[in-house]
Design a binder for this molecule. Sequence first.
Ligand code: ARG
Length: 459
Amino acid sequence: MKLWGGRFTKESDRLTEDFNASIAVDSRMYREDIAGSIAHAEMLAKQGIISAEEKEQIVAGLQEILAELEEGRLEFTVAAEDVHMNIETFLIAKIGEVGKKLHTARSRNDQVALDVRLYLREETGNIKGLILDLLHTLLNLATEHVDTTMPGYTHMQKAQPVTLAHHLLAYFEMLRRDAERLEDSVKRLNSMPLGSGALAGTGFNLDREFVKARLGFANITRNSLDAVSDRDFALEFCSFASILMMHLSRFSEELILWSSEEFGFIELDDAYTTGSSIMPQKKNPDLAELVRGKTGRVYGDLIALLTIMKALPLAYNKDLQEDKEALFDAIDTVKKCLMVYEPMLRTARFKAEKMLQGAKGGFTNATDLADYLACKGLPFRDAHAIVGRAVLHCIENSRVLEDISLEEYQQFSPLIEADIYAYLDIKACVERRSVPGGPAPAAVKQALQEAALWLESMR
Ligand code: ARG
């Protein structure tokens, strides 16, 4: 008979049982479920709701169940529906009547809210670690490439020269925000829902603060109706995950472009690329592409969860059981992506010469020529127009700004003097942009120092 079977006169239909069961998805929370049950049993004994002897038996039974599950000696059943009732069933089978006391003053509704929070809290720590590993690698690469000049783009058109370090640090900033967003979400995740019961709390004299402390939570939830039906913490995680994946997807897009022969800025390591079953010459950036692709999947998880939650009346509704597939998929996907990203990036070969060559094309120093004229007192708008004509002249004659003669330059503007050639040198153009947050090696070195200190503070 089902644990809830008292008021039923018939067995569930097989289809009902299969359709209703969540064990295939929620079994991964067995450690959290057991930890929550042990804390609950200890509190029940402390409050005199069960005896010390009964508590001992329950805790010992749960610990044995945990060990047996870890060793693969126990099998979950669909008949017991979910992880909570599977474990309760194991307990009753193991210790008999006393096991039936565990569920006093508790509902699966507050139990599942607890388990998901505990599970997510653990994974949040793991994921933060993975982000920090990736940030560490970005920082190392940026430190190596402070002087590696490359073209910066807007609209995918060459714009102004930057450095590879600066470009990598842009991704550092994105992932830094992700790490901080994740950390911030823990404030709201870290509340203990047990004691909320099915929806209306309980008449038993529970010590919720004890359970909170025992399970390492910062707070207890403040409203029983909300506590059993709140999945904001899962939504916040999926939002965080979606933004993180968006960042990785943008980075992937660049790595893919840069790996093309047309760009030739990087070569990914053999270990993190794959070949073609028909074209023998191919070496494809599949991992970067998959990360880009899996971004859609994580967005899907967020949208699924938002849609599940939409218009749910208070309090618990079975719709909420669907939260875990989306949440777990987002957790798993983000972890896998971060895990492959770090070594893929660490082992990539950056082709500094190609990048410098790229920076020299596309008139990336045209703004500098206009700045040069503006420094000499010409209004920037006028300078812009003059340089525009000079660029057009170059395009028509297949030349670059650096090899226009001084005589020709003076026809564009008498303000242009012999120092213009040093001024237009691509490296000089980068070095000049030493404003805080700029790409100049001097500014980037400052940024690197700050980034290293911050990273240190996050560990
Ligand atoms: N398996 C359920 C879930 O994941 C546990 C809570 C079930 N509660 C209930 N009243 N049916 O949401």
